[in-house]
Design a protein around this ligand. Structure first.
Ligand code: ADP
Length: 184
């Protein structure tokens, strides 16, 4: 298939829904034969960026390395789905400018909702003082000013959020409208 490469970059707090939405979008694309790669922040930190911590410098390095790989894949016609907190505006802008074909998805849910979900039990550990420098609690999260797509995951179902992303990809010419059949 003659597809255009693009990096779809999901940013947001821990528990906001980045992994959930990106996986569902990936499944949908894969079922239609698109070539894609998923770079999930948690998995990337176990290999590509193993050893990096959560200081600003290490977080930036983490994002730059993910951005580097995403760029290589994107320019070879692959659809890349990145889910990483990526808390800093400047660093996201840097990778966006480098990659060019870049769709920024702001996965937005209030901290309170993310904490209630506590998908990985991390917020509980933060409140017990076992984890520090946690994004949204004692480390910054700079929300995107003008994201390509915003998913309000406290107000939308997963299917609605997925549809928003697919709609935008279609509008921008990265995928066909066939994808939207049967979401949900
Ligand atoms: P993150 O990858 O951002 O840390 P996860 O995807 O692991 O977050 O967890 C998000 C949680 O929120 C999941 O339990 C998911 O089912 C739930 N959720 C509820 N509504 C949505 C939505 N619209 N989009 C994504 N996730 C949602």
């Amino acid at each position: 298939m003659n597809q255009r490469g693009v990096t779809i970059w999901f940013t947001g707090l821990s528990g906001a829904g980045k992994t959930t939405i990106s996986k569902a979008v990936a499944e949908k694309l894969r079922s239609q034969g698109y070539r894609l790669e998923v770079l999930d922040g948690d998995i990337v930190r176990q290999n590509l960026t193993k050893g990096l911590g959560f200081s600003k410098a290490d977080r930036d390095e983490n994002i730059r390395r993910i951005g580097f790989v995403s760029h290589l894949l994107t320019r070879n016609g692959v659809i890349v789905l990145v889910s990483a907190i990526s808390p800093y505006h400047e660093t996201r802008l840097e990778v966006k400018q480098k990659i060019g074909d870049f769709v920024e998805v702001y996965v937005n849910a209030p901290l309170k909702v993310c904490e209630e979900r506590d998908v990985k039990g991390l917020y509980k550990r933060v409140r017990r003082g076992e984890i520090t420098n946690f994004t949204g609690i004692d480390d910054p999260y700079e929300a995107p000013v003008n994201p390509t797509v915003e998913c309000r995951t406290d107000l939308e179902t997963v299917e609605e959020s997925v549809m928003k992303v697919l709609d935008r990809l279609e509008e921008l010419g990265y995928c066909s409208d066939k994808l939207k059949v049967g979401v949900g």
